[in-house]
Design a protein around this ligand. Structure first.
Ligand code: ATP
Length: 670
């Protein structure tokens, strides 16, 4: 047998073993349901086995392994001396008593597959990478690390994988994770990290693989808290949705900021002035003052009738109770409970001194009797109520905001026509962030074990605080690029943003090798960097392929149709990206020319062409991108140049830039 035949033989054995695992898991579900002693354990066992069977059944059609490690026989190999391991997306068991057929890429021994090199072979003699066409094994490539051979970027298999045309949703990168990416993927659960990376350096990929890695390495701890992935919009979530299931992780919560903070339906859009104030960190102080402005110092003693007695708590004692509780600074709702129980305790001491029995019924009765006092000094409130009062009543806002917001800023967020009650308020997206802040003052929200935030440069200080509340007892991975900031409050500096995220100590690490965008396209986009006023390290592209075409045209819709027709001759996905206002016109032109168009973020369905509004392009990538009228994209918003930078960096293989108006001078260097 040739070496390749040997490997094919091993592949066939892996496939048999995988089928056996799946059958076993299915059988266990049936048996497990019958054998468990009681209903509780039947349910627990059943759930566990079902999720195992589900995971295996959802196993995508990917090949069972992508790499092999042959350890040497020297001392550097440690416990792995002279061992051979196949590395794949998931573990495949061997026969009873035998070592696994395939080791999970996240297992400790797999680390050497990603990190070993000629300079530091880590005990590995040979690293083998396999090439696949679907599930068919087509070849392999060896690096004899023990003889100083290390292909690095020259690996044919790695290069082919990175340059492969893109179709459909994002795919995993387990077979080709680069050493500097692996370091981030495998950072400890306690470590909060911030990855600053230029477009296409693999930030999103790293974040998703990190989620999968942490769930593997710290399954028990994370099962309690859970892992949350926050992305910028719905289309982006659709785009990344397949990665974690492909890695065997089906239980990670993936959502957007808007959905996480869906405290009310959004029925209003703020002007930029109002939104900017509402998203400012100073609003946290304003809201705190508005909430605690409701707490009053008791102004008189409390008298409570109890049968033939009347208990009396002196004003000073009541003040002490309220003052102590404020000093202890518990969440507001807990504070209210504390004032209640301390007041009832003061009554109890008097009752017991008179020989009364004070059981549960007595405590409830006293609780009811004390409620009017409690409502006066520490009233129950709903977060919506606090925010509505603040935005609807200039006097209330002034009380809470004087000295913090200028009169002009106060005016900017005051509702012109306040609703009759907070229930009929028309809330904006920024308002839900304020409501969340107040909700967080009332009660601490659930804290996740780990939170991954993508496109974090766009989060406002107040949104960062919402993330901080949800990761108070956990760690975070922050992914972003200061150069791609497009919101009015986008970060210009990571330190300040990390402080709002509650992790000021997080390490900021830069990724500087781009895997998406070909070098010519990177060079074009990089011309904008100087004008973006952020300090980010320059990037180099891993890719030497690709094509860039910049063309002045007289009829934009016509030229767009022609460019798309041309692009359709190649494989891969195609996007026309234009200023939001131009999208409909260009989509109509394509439609009239008989081109089938898919929804942005839609996967499957067969249509390869999407028309993407510039404001929705962030985080996405397409094999071929046609950018229509850069000047219009730049002119459409305050941070239009940053937007253009995002738009120009979506292309994997080919970029067409079509313009009728002159190109922005920052792009031509004129
Ligand atoms: N090690 C790798 N091997 C193969 N492909 C990779 C690797 N790293 C990144 N890629 C690919 O490069 C592309 C860009 O990655 P990703 O979207 O994660 O970058 P990003 O830094 O989040 O980009 P952006 O800032 O533009 O959103 C993706 O197609 C990803 O699969």
């Amino acid at each position: 047998m040739t070496l390749l035949e040997d490997e094919k033989d091993y592949l066939a054995r892996c496939e048999t073993a995988l089928r056996r695992m799946l059958d076993g898991a299915r059988l266990n579900v049936v048996v497990g349901e019958r054998v468990a002693g009681d209903r509780y354990s039947a349910e627990r066992l059943g759930r566990h086995l079902k999720s195992l069977a589900k995971e295996l059944a959802e196993e995508p059609d990917g090949p069972p392994f992508f790499g092999r490690l042959d350890f040497g026989s020297g001392p550097a190999a440690g416990d792995h001396r002279a061992q051979r391991y196949y590395i794949g997306r998931r573990h495949i068991s061997g026969d009873a008593g035998q070592q696994p057929m395939v080791i999970d890429w996240r297992a400790p021994v797999s680390r050497a597959f990603y990190r070993a090199g000629a300079r530091d072979p880590q005990g590995v003699a040979v690293r083998r990478r396999f090439g696949w066409a679907g599930r068919t094994l087509t070849g392999f490539e060896d690096e004899r690390l023990d003889r100083g051979e290390d292909l690095g970027a020259a690996s044919r298999i790695v290069t082919a994988e990175i340059e492969r045309p893109r179709v459909g949703p994002m795919r995993d990168i387990v077979a080709t994770i680069q050493p500097e990416q692996d370091e981030l993927v495998r950072a400890g659960l306690e470590d909060s990290i911030c990855v600053q990376g230029a477009p296409g350096t693999g930030k999103t990929a790293v974040g998703l693989h990190r989620a999968a890695y942490l769930l593997y390495a710290h399954r028990q701890r994370l099962e309690r808290g859970g892992v949350l992935v926050l992305g910028p919009n719905h289309a982006f979530l659709g785009y990344i949705s397949a990665v974690l299931p492909a890695l065997g992780e089906v239980d990670v919560e993936q959502t957007t900021m808007e959905r996480l903070l869906a405290h009310a339906p959004i029925r209003q859009v703020d002007g930029e002035a109002a939104a900017t104030v509402k998203h400012d960190a100073r609003m946290a102080d304003v809201l705190r003052r508005a909430l605690y402005g409701r707490v009053r110092r008791p102004a008189e003693p409390l008298t409570v009738p109890d049968g033939s007695y009347r208990w009396r708590v002196p004003q000073e004692d009541l003040r002490r109770i309220v003052d102590d509780t404020r000093r202890e600074a518990p969440p507001y709702a807990v504070g209210r409970e504390r004032v209640l129980s301390r007041t009832v305790a003061a009554l109890r001491r008097q009752a017991e001194a008179r020989g009364q029995t004070t059981g549960a019924a007595w405590t409830r009765k006293m609780g009811r009797a004390v409620t009017p006092f409690l409502d006066a000094v520490w009233p129950a409130v709903r977060p919506h109520e606090v925010v509505a009062e603040l935005l609807g009543d200039p006097a209330a806002l002034a009380r809470a905001a004087d000295g913090t917001l200028t009169p002009r800023e106060q005016a900017a967020i005051t509702w012109a026509r306040p609703p009759r009650t907070f229930k009929s308020a028309r809330w904006s997206t920024a308002d839900t962030v304020l409501i969340d802040e107040v909700a967080g003052l009332l009660e601490r929200p659930r804290s996740y074990g780990h939170v991954i935030v993508d496109e974090a440069q766009d989060l406002s200080a107040m949104q960062c605080r919402a993330v901080a509340r949800r990761s108070e007892h956990g760690s975070i991975t922050v992914l972003g690029d200061l150069a791609q900031g497009t919101t009015p409050w986008a970060a210009r500096d990571w330190r300040e943003r990390l402080a709002h995220l509650g992790k000021p100590e997080a390490q900021v690490i830069a990724l500087t090798t781009g895997f998406r965008v070909p070098s010519d396209v990177v060079a074009l986009a990089n011309r904008l960097l100087g004008a973006l006023k952020v300090d980010v390290p320059p990037t180099r592209s891993f890719r030497t392929d690709g094509r860039l075409r910049v063309e002045e045209v007289s009829d934009l819709p016509h030229a767009t149709v022609a460019a798309v027709r041309d692009a359709l001759r190649h494989d891969g996905s195609i996007a026309v990206v234009a200023a939001d206002a131009a999208v409909e016109r260009l989509a109509a032109a394509l439609w009239n020319a008989g081109v089938t168009i898919a929804e942005a973020g839609e996967t499957g369905g067969g249509a390869r062409v999407t028309v993407v509004p510039a404001t929705m392009a962030k985080g996405l990538e397409y094999d071929h991108v046609v950018v229509a009228e850069p000047a219009e994209i730049v002119g459409a918003e305050e941070r239009g140049l940053n937007r253009l930078y995002v738009v120009l960096t979506r292309a994997v293989s080919r970029l067409d830039v079509l313009h009728r108006r002159p190109l922005p001078p920052q792009l031509t260097g004129a």
